[in-house]
Design a binder for this molecule. Sequence first.
Ligand code: SAH
Length: 399
Amino acid sequence: MKPKGPGIILKPGREKPLLRRHPWVFSGSIARLEGEPRPGETVCVRSSNGVFLALGAYSHESQIRVRVWAWDETQAVNEDFLRERLENAIAFRSSLLAQGATDAVRLVYAEADGIPGLIVDRFGDGLVVQFLSWGAEYWKTTIVQALIDLTAPGWIYERSDADVRELEGLPVRTGLLYGEQPAEVFYIHEYGLSYALDVAGGQKTGFYLDQRDNRLAFRNLAADADVLDCFAYTGGFTLNALAAGAKSVVAVDSSGPALDGARENIDSNELPLDRVELIEGDVFSVLRTFRDEGRSFDAIVLDPPKFAPTSAQVQRAARAYKDVNLLGFKLLRSGGKLVTFSCSGGVDAALFQKIVADAALDAGVQAQIVGYLHQAGDHPVALNFPESAYLKGLVCRIS
Ligand code: SAH
């Protein structure tokens, strides 16, 4: 059967991931293009013998040439379709968190919510959005209008300045899309603590929502402890440690503005700044110095940025994870806990655990895992898209 609109015909045998409903079509599996789809336009993907597989958004430059919208040939990809997907994603979040737990929630998590390339975070009465693929970009006006109708926000701010936009061949774009410019700094709330948010200048969309539950869980480990918070950003783990009654906290980050934010957050929550040492520097070299000085801690958090965004950088990333975890183990007192994370898509949970095991071995410590940590529930994992499970954490106790 001849497709109606522009189409993609796959090479023989390349339909398997799509039959398992994996939502990406890589450029290497495409035999030919039928018609001339514009970037972001919906195309019909067929197997080499013409069997319908999926409808998806075309991206002319990316290795990920198509991101799937729907598995049903009769599905119209239009305003109603997008509105329904958004409605579904947003409705689920409202039942996820206890009343009053937080006013900062990821409302839409891209492929995992069936809307490839779109991230929407709610912060107070506003939304921060990222359009990270041509498909999301193509439907931008429709999406923004639907978000206005569904969430009645005071403002919508675009932060489409993530690296992946460049891989898509999309220009970086930031700025107000709707409503009143949010205050330069305003406060969001999470489990009884408040955080200043800089929507325009903060990292990513401004706040690492995925660590919400893990920051809370850290309170259990931090009471009366000497804590080391590595890759501290604006002090998420530091604040929770202080709230739990930590004896002291050393927070390390390479970003001066992030640490200024941490200081302000400690202050505005009326937590004891005199128990905190904020160090602007490279975690790897700071930890080496600490090791040489013989410093030690009861609880250490390692929450580095993505060392391996994709599987291509895995080897180099593995070395970095090994290095930093080895140093972490060396700085722990007997009975102390290492809370260690990887948010690298290219490093899966099994590999991460193996790297941490190697680090313990080389550090000469006997370690046991006493907790497994994950991204918060507003970052769901689609079973057909295992890449959406990206944040993994281990709580390791040494004897
Ligand atoms: N734990 C934080 C989020 C950490 S994000 C929270 O809960 O909010 C990762 C942080 O690592 C960023 O703030 C970034 O500035 C910092 N960073 C990246 N590379 C670093 C390095 N080599 N040394 C120190 N900090 C680094």
